[in-house]
Design a protein around this ligand. Sequence first.
Ligand code: PEP
Ligand code: MG
Length: 540
Amino acid sequence: MVEYKGKTIAKGVAVGRIFFYSKEKGQVRRRSVNDISAEKQRFESAKSEALRQLGEIYEKALKEVGEENAAIFEVHQMFLEGDEFNESVISIIETEKVNAEYAVAKTGDNLADMFASMDDDYFKARAADMKDISERVINALTGSESTNAPTEPVILIAEDLAPSETVQMDKANLLSFVTRLGSSNSHTAILARNMDIPAIIGIDIDKAWHGKQAIVDGNKGLLITDPDPDTLADYEIKLKKQAEEKELLKALKGKEDVTLDGKHIKLYANIGGVGDVADVLKNDAKGIGLFRSEFLYLESEDFPTEEQQFEAYKKVAQLMAGKKVIIRTLDIGADKQVDYFGLEKEDNPALGYRAIRICLDRPEIFRTQLRALLRASAFGNIAIMYPMIISEAEVIKIKEISASVKEELKSEKIPFNESIEEGIMIETPAAAIISDKLARLVDFFSIGTNDLTQYTLAVDRQNAKLEAIADTHHEAVLRLIELVCKNAHAAGIWAGICGELGSDTSLTQRFMEMGVDELSVSASRILPVRQKIRSSKTKP
Ligand code: PEP
Ligand code: MG
């Protein structure tokens, strides 16, 4: 038995035989040609054939992995029809007087190198797409079928996989895939996650493994070849559990989030960016209860512009097609540090300059985000929520700024939802205790139990040594949640939980008794929580 460690790109466990997938790339030879126009004609007809194939693949992908993921094959078609690709191929044929295969291969390599040298990870990953496109045209030119494909369920290992290869394979024959190359940003990785099969990259694969028994543990990024009987038995159990869970979850899709005594709960999902929306939809969440917008800031090297933020918020709102999308304003500071903010080092950063405190202190940053959020509200059902509140004064100040940004947009005749809901996070004991007063100022409460627990118990959530006393079920925290719900309802607003505790199904019954109206959890927890809600009551 040998274990190989790679990088997870899609979670889950698979057990099966290894299938070595080789592209058997024929060497493209450079040939001089005399009849240039015949060569250009060969290129044109190979291109038409490649476009036809891409059209078929697009239709297949559309059915199997949805529009968003299928879109890459439209992008391939666009590239293939684009000036950059065509002008380069034609110019190489004309100036070098060479065969079309060579001109296409050289163009593909040049464009792939150009993408690979870019700083942006997204564009880097497009190098593989360029190679995929040129290989398709070359195959059409040579009339060769270049790949072998499994005919029974296997763990597929390959140097690299192009998105078109992944999608063309019969899903029923794909238990998992493991590659040496690839990136977690690549479309192949996205497709694997969507197909819901475990996948790992960064493993030095060996052709000699073909036919060997193996285990892929996508949760740990492990490939285990020739597992010993005990390990195999362990993983067979994990596999069975995984299959049972999936079945259970499937049956709950499309069902309502309603308690036994008829209370409808808003069961929403937490996301960190646009890329997470596919999982939200796949798991049938009824909305997004927490979009941690600071990830947009963490991912960039400078302040994201109003336009960049607008595009991200708009995209999420559009993908959610009318379902609620609650976007939290910037929560930077404490454990989420961003160099370009130039924040000073603090002795107690969790008790320091973070979240709304920074936004109120540096209104230019806050106003930019509010403009982007409000503009995006014209494209879907967006709500805004503000983190780390401790006082009424803060909320009043936020509302003044928000009102002034709305006025500004009106004067610029920029559309936005004038009755957009604005809520606050309750994640400090102070906010929970004065939630009766705060409730009069806002449209909803969302309880951030991660911070509420840290501040109530005085237990640093980052400190691993305190794991044992970080009691997430501490009665003090639960009583504060109950108080917040009571005060919210007295003022006629709703209250939800968006911290990790919301997905703790051992507490769902208790939350229902407290009157919690919304639970926002990670996408993979939607269906287990739905199951629990449906077997709970609002009374003991
Ligand atoms: C929380 O504190 O519970 C919360 C949801 O916010 P974050 O985890 O991002 O601090
Ligand atoms: Mg928090």
